[in-house]
Ligand binder design. Structure first.
Ligand SMILES: N[C@@H]1[C@@H](O)[C@H](O)[C@@H](COP(=O)(O)O)O[C@@H]1O
Length: 344
């Protein structure tokens, strides 16, 4: 698992959007071999969609040969309800890009036979050749799509009853009125996400900090379903600084240093192999985003003194009980404490 940390939501969203654009463009999709993209809703991906729309308008990306599958949809909410995920996707993305409507797939939460709708959705994904990249978000209780705590990590697309935490969290889209929030949803399963060739999660804000720490540092657990991504071969989490508040300082430093070293390596390779100034400038720009003094680091590297923050040093500290948290809150892992934590 890779964790990419940016100062704020803007930086994280720009990174994620650029990542998706690069993936689609390098795939060179055609009508016969389209790029299959899994998509989420919620506030977290909004800025990514804004960036994708801007890039499309600037001629940097076409979605003409992209097929999409959304993660989830509420049960019983009319498609044209402003808070349906159908409305959300058209409002934030589909209405502004060149995607063919026939290539858009969103679960029908009003289907007469919901189980059949879910089974057909899995079939459609398989027929499309599987998902190349699944973009996702997480809920404050660590759910991915609508796979609430306790969901099987092998689950597939199905009807799911929403947890109280999620109903409360999503009530902000329904005027704060809990009674207006649908209590069930159709959702892809954890295994459906895990089957994607690549998964990218966007995690923003301090209210996701516990969930992110559990996802990255905790054990793989049905109680924090996003933690299943630890078992994925190609998972990237893109987050803002606030979302890292509950992670160990050393974990944060570790992932930052890994990104720094890999960017520097790519820059060194680009310099020696291609002598491409454009590429070097791009990498220098990326390093600037990380607020790294590239000249200093290059000098260090030439001296052979580049030392990434090593995971082994974490072990020593853990062993003697000196793990330093960014906050000194003691978070007990009880369902009861989760509810009050998220309500706050
Ligand atoms: N089913 C969606 C999830 O797919 C999403 O990740 C989560 C977080 O939403 P937000 O980004 O608004 O916090 O909300 C809903 O529960």
């Amino acid at each position: 698992m890779k964790v990419i940390i940016r100062d704020n939501a803007d930086g994280a969203s720009q990174y994620a959007a650029r990542y998706i654009i690069n993936r689609i463009n390098s795939f060179q999709p055609t009508p016969e071999k389209p790029f299959v993209l899994g998509l989420p809703t919620g506030s977290s991906p909004e800025l990514i969609y804004k960036n994708l729309v801007q890039a499309h308008k600037a001629g940097e990306i076409s979605f003409a040969n992209v097929v999409t599958f959304n993660m989830d949809e509420y049960v019983g909410l009319p498609e044209d309800h402003p808070e349906s995920y159908h409305s959300f996707m058209y409002k934030h993305l589909f209405a502004h890009i060149d995607i063919h409507p026939a290539n858009v797939h969103i679960l029908d939460g009003n289907a007469p036979d919901l189980a059949a709708e879910c089974a057909a959705y899995e079939q459609k994904i398989a027929q499309a050749g599987g998902i190349d990249l699944f973009l996702g978000g997480i809920g404050p209780d660590g759910h991915i799509a609508f796979n609430e705590p306790g969901s099987s990590l092998r689950s597939r697309t199905r009807v799911k009853t929403l947890a109280e935490d999620t109903i409360r969290a999503n009530s902000r889209f329904f005027g704060g009125d809990l009674s207006q929030v649908p209590k069930q949803a159709l959702t892809v399963g954890v295994q459906t996400v895990m089957d994607a060739r690549e998964v990218v999660l966007i995690v923003l804000g301090a209210n996701k900090a516990v969930a992110l720490a559990k996802t990255v540092e905790g054990s793989v657990s049905q109680l924090w379903t996003a933690s299943a991504l630890q078992m994925h071969e190609h998972a990237t989490i893109v987050c803002d600084d606030a979302a890292t508040d509950e992670m160990l300082v050393k974990t944060v430093k570790y992932f930052k240093s890994i990104e720094q070293v890999s960017l520097e390596q790519e820059m060194v390779q680009a310099t020696s192999e291609h002598r491409s100034h454009t590429n070097v400038d791009n990498w220098r720009g990326a390093l600037k985003d990380l607020r790294i003094d590239t000249d200093k680091k290059q000098a260090e590297q030439e001296d052979g003194e580049l030392t990434p923050d090593s995971m082994s040093s974490r072990l020593v500290d853990s062993a003697i009980g000196l793990n330093d948290k960014k906050t000194d809150d003691l978070m007990f892992d009880r369902m009861g404490s989760r509810v009050s934590t998220f309500a706050a």
